[in-house]
Write a protein that binds this ligand. Structure first.
Ligand code: NIG
Ligand code: FE
Length: 410
C-alpha cells in the first residue's frame, strides 16, 4: 500500500460542485492500494495504519488528479500544415473545406492507413500526453466515414485502452461530415450511420458515446436528432460538436437530446446556456481550436455564471487543434476564456471526467477513485498555469503505477 508523502499542495477535486473548488490540501499525503486511492488528507492526520507503508516523495510539489482530455480526434492519417499557412494568409476554414481540403483531406489520408499504422501513430501521441500528466483520453473516430474505416479507428482505441497505460474512452463520430461519395445522397449517409455503423459499433462494444458535428457545413439538427436517438437506443450516449463556427441552437439541441456534453460553444446563445445548465450537460471548451481558427473564445464566464460545469480539452486533431498539449490549452483557457487556474483544473479533471461519464472513477483523488495523479513542479495551480513551461510534469501515475518520470522512494 504505497503512499505519496511530502506533497506541498494536493488538489483532490473531490467536490462534485463548485467550478473553483479544487479541494486544496497543503502538506498532504496520499495512500493507495491495488491502483485505488484509500486515503487523502493532511500529512499530520495520516492514520497510524498507513505510516509504515513504502513512501514515495513528491518533493514538496503540487499533486493533481491525472488530467482527463475529454475531447480528442486521436487517430488520423497525415497532417495539414499547408492549410495552417493558407489560413494565416487569409483563406477561411470553410472555404478550404469546400475545396476538398479540411476534414475530407484527413479522411483520404486515414483510409489509406492500416490498423497497425494508425495504432502506432496514436500510441506515440499518447506517450507525449502522459508525459504532460494526462491519464485519461477521450478519442473520436470520424476520419473514416465508411463502415470499415470507422470500425478500424475504434478498434485502434480499444487496443490502446487494453494495452494501456492511458485510459481511453471512445466516441463514434461517423457523423463528422458527409463524405464525398455520399454528397448527392445525404439521407443515404445518415441511414448508413443509423442502420449499419452504429449497430456494428454497439455490437462490438467499441464506443461509449456517439457524436455529431452540428453545423451548416456538416449535419443539421434534424439529422443529428435521428443519429443521436438511434445511438441512445443502442446504448451510445450523445456528445455533440455544436455552435462552433455559427450559432444555430446547438446547445439547446444537445440539452434536448440528453447529451452528456456539448463541445465547442463559441457561438452559444443565452438560451443555450440556460438549457445546458438545466439539463446538466457539461460544456466542453476547446481553446486551441478557437486560437487556431482565430475566433473569439467561447463565453466560459457566462457558462460558469449560468450554472454550467465547464470542461477544457485539447480537441487534438490535424486541422483546428494540431497539438495535444493540454497544459497549454489550460493556460489559454485562463488567458482567453477568463477562467481562473482553479476553475480550469476542475475542468480538466472532475468535470472532464463527468463529460465522459467517468466521474468518481477518474478526475478526483478521494477514496475509491483510481490512483491516477500527476506531480507538477510548481508550488500551486496558479503558478503552474501562469509560468507555462514546455513541461512541468515530473511524474504521472496511472492505477498506482508510475508511467512517466521517477519519484524518489524511501
Ligand atoms: O473539433 N469541428 C469539427 N471537428 C474538428 C475539426 C476537424 C478537422 O478540421 O479535421 C474540431 O474542431
Ligand atoms: Fe472536435
Amino acid at each position: 500500500m504505497p503512499r505519496l508523502a511530502n506533497i506541498g499542495c494536493l488538489a483532490t477535486c473531490a467536490n462534485p460542485v463548485g467550478q473553483e473548488d479544487i479541494g486544496l490540501i497543503r502538506d498532504a499525503a496520499l495512500v493507495w492500494r491495488d491502483g485505488v486511492v484509500r486515503w487523502a488528507g493532511r500529512a499530520t492526520a495520516l492514520p497510524a495504519e498507513y505510516r509504515q507503508e513504502p513512501e514515495w516523495n513528491a518533493g514538496g510539489r503540487l499533486v493533481i488528479p491525472g488530467l482527463v482530455d475529454a475531447h480528442t480526434h486521436l487517430a488520423f492519417g497525415g497532417w495539414r500544415a499547408g492549410e495552417f499557412s493558407d489560413r494565416i494568409q487569409g483563406r477561411d476554414y470553410l472555404e478550404i473545406a469546400a475545396a476538398g481540403g479540411g476534414i475530407r483531406s484527413t479522411v483520404r489520408a486515414t483510409r489509406a492507413l492500416d490498423e497497425d499504422t494508425l495504432l502506432d501513430r496514436a500510441r506515440e501521441f499518447l506517450s507525449g500526453m502522459v508525459s504532460l500528466g494526462v491519464t485519461t483520453v477521450e478519442a473520436k473516430s470520424g476520419y473514416g466515414l465508411d463502415l470499415e474505416t470507422e470500425l478500424r479507428l475504434l478498434r485502434v482505441y480499444r487496443r490502446l485502452d487494453e494495452s494501456g497505460p492511458v485510459r481511453i474512452v471512445a466516441t463514434c463520430l461517423a457523423a463528422h461530415v458527409v463524405p464525398p461519395e455520399w454528397a448527392a445522397d445525404r439521407a443515404g449517409y445518415v441511414r448508413l450511420i443509423t442502420e449499419e455503423v452504429l449497430p456494428a459499433v454497439a455490437e462490438e462494444g467499441l464506443a461509449a458515446f456517439c457524436d455529431v458535428f452540428v453545423e451548416d457545413s456538416a449535419f443539421s439538427a434534424d439529422e443529428a436528432r435521428q443519429i443521436c436517438e438511434r445511438g441512445s437506443d443502442l446504448g451510445l450516449r450523445p456528445k455533440l460538436h455544436v455552435d462552433q463556427l455559427t450559432g444555430g441552437g446547438g446547445a439547446e439541441l444537445a440539452a434536448s437530446l440528453g447529451a452528456v456534453s456539448a463541445d465547442h460553444l463559441e457561438y452559444v446563445s443565452e438560451s443555450g446556456i440556460e438549457a445546458l445548465a438545466q439539463a446538466g450537460v457539461v460544456g466542453v471548451t476547446l481553446p486551441l481550436a478557437s486560437l487556431y481558427l482565430d475566433q473569439a473564445p467561447p463565453p466560459a464566464r457566462a457558462l460558469i455564471d449560468g450554472g454550467v460545469a465547464v470542461a477544457v480539452a485539447s480537441d487534438f486533431n490535424p486541422g483546428t487543434a494540431p497539438s495535444y498539449h493540454l497544459p497549454f490549452a489550460m493556460t489559454l483557457a485562463c488567458a482567453r476564456q477568463r477562467m481562473t487556474p482553479a476553475e480550469v483544473l476542475k475542468g480538466t479533471t472532475r468535470y472532464a471526467a463527468r463529460a465522459l461519464g467517468r466521474e468518481r472513477r477518474v478526475g478526483s483523488l478521494e477514496p475509491g477513485a483510481a490512483a491516477d495523479f500527476a506531480v507538477i513542479d510548481a508550488p500551486d495551480v496558479e503558478h503552474w498555469l501562469y509560468h507555462l513551461r514546455p513541461n512541468a510534469c515530473v511524474a504521472a501515475v496511472i492505477g498506482g503505477e508510475a508511467r512517466h518520470g521517477v519519484l524518489p522512494k524511501a
